[in-house]
Design a protein around this ligand. Sequence first.
Ligand code: ASC
Length: 146
Amino acid sequence: MKAICILALAALTASLPAAAQFAKKDDAIDYRQSALSVMATHFGSLGAMAKGDVPYDAKAAQENADIVVFMSRLPWAGFGPGTEGGKAKPNVWTENAKFKELAGKMEGEAVKLAAAAKQGDVASLKAAFGATAGSCKACHDSFRNR
Ligand code: ASC
């Protein structure tokens, strides 16, 4: 019996999605805003380096870019059905395929940003930073209230 219970628990755990679950709409809004905020902080550190506001540091660039990649995957679980609000425009839900496409593009640019950060030179970082910022902006222009 104990073994069956353990097996059943293991099966249940294995089938649980990694995506965050929310009891309340405000929790989902807090979650997505927090994930985007952490991402923006680390992206901002890369921007400061890319623009020459702080000295280029290859190790810090890699660490920040890796965090951006990880964080870029998280916000979307917080935009589930019935979580309208915050800074999100209603078309996040009515044009959801387009929203997801732009989110996916940003994730792709973040991966390229991390690859560029591993090149170890500021020119590569700068180019990839610009492309990634463009992918943030493309989504904000359509889907975020000012
Ligand atoms: C950032 C940040 C954003 C994007 C966007 C790019 O650093 O916080 O939301 O870049 O401004 O246009």
